[in-house]
Ligand binder design. Sequence first.
Ligand SMILES: [Cu+2]
Length: 467
Amino acid sequence: MDRRYFLKSFGAACISLPYTQYGLADQHQTPFLLRAEPGETHLVGPDFPATHVWSFNGQVPGTPIRVSLGERINATLSNHLEDPTTVHWHGIRLPNDMDGVAGLTQAAVKPGEEFEYSFVPPDAGTFWYHSHVNAFEQVGRGLYGPLIIDEPDPPQVDRDLIWMIDDWRLLNDASISEDFGSGHDKSHAGRIGNVPTVNGRFRDVVQVRSGERIRLRLINASNARNFSLTFSDLAPSVIAIDGQAVTPYVATTPIIVGVAGRVDLIIDMTGEPGSRSTVVDSFYRDSFDLTAFVYEKAKPLRTEPADWPIALSPSQLPTPDLDGALTQDVIIQGGAMGGLNRAKLDGQWMDLRDIARQGLVWAINDTVAHKLDIPPLIDVTRGTSVRLIIENRTAFPHPMHLHGHHMLMISIDGKPLSTPRWVDSPLILPKQRVELAFVADNPGKWLFHCHALEHHAAGLGALVNVT
Ligand SMILES: [Cu+2]
């Protein structure tokens, strides 16, 4: 297999006309039905065979679930796969027994069985849902979809678009490479693929009208690929990160969308009719065109950009008490070139080479999380403010996802952020030291883990217990 085949062979010249418009039809029936089932989809375009995927409702991304803030989500997961599965509602502060982590918050749903999820999301914003059983394989095969909670007072735009970005490792016949969870992926950057898609399409484009204002919701559903996006001559304003409002700012540097992260943008389409604006990723050494906006030839919708306000209502999250907070160091160790020699497995110190024989290579505070019934890293009573000091002593970035809560990012490498921001999946770069804080106000045992899915499978996780 040539991992660069698709990116090399189908360069920018290939982006011309849309072969389908990136469209995602919302699901309106309630309860929402999520059939986990095999399916086929043309990820790489009509000139290639369809790719055999696992999906929610036969499509990748799965059907968007969209409700208004305050509305209850009732969703039936119906498992038509040959493997057990669950649904995790990423970024939603929901009751613990609805969190969908097999073996921790519920039993995995067996083939032929169903599970009813029911909860009222407390926050508006851009979220997603995905399998939480063997996620490195199930999410990698397509078991995910967007989850949008609409604000009562959203900023006015002409169109509200979702771009669910994924990264597939395909063979040259467009079939999925079956090497899920390989030792190399576990110990290095995770499963980095060769076919980056937007809404399940490689190198498709989106048609826009000059002058229109778009809200663009970026969701990174990749196993392990992070994105750093530029929008050529456009000047996107960031209005939310990980579903939570930020004070709007015009992005002057590339927009980082780490694994599992979300970024909401407002973009005025300022290009000329008939022109194009390319969206380029440059997170890794080789940059590539992810997609492009292609302007219709029609005359501009408006000549001056709209002057409508773009700020979202501020987040309604509990503010942590930094002075009274419990401080917890979270030292991420291991992996290739990480220099870790020994770690604890089941409380026993072991040589990392012996641990690696079990497919485990990462640790937090010297402890390898190889199963879910490990002693919690943090064990607090409800309402406790917790300050996390995460130190990445490895050679790879780690998107660290905390379930059931949002965390306030306070500082990076000792430098306080001018405006702290709420996150649920912050990307911690190699050698970085990031300070976060949250109020542990949601009772239950919650996963806190690297969302580079192969890293989690290889021991990079911990538990937070709130009683
Ligand atoms: Cu990681």
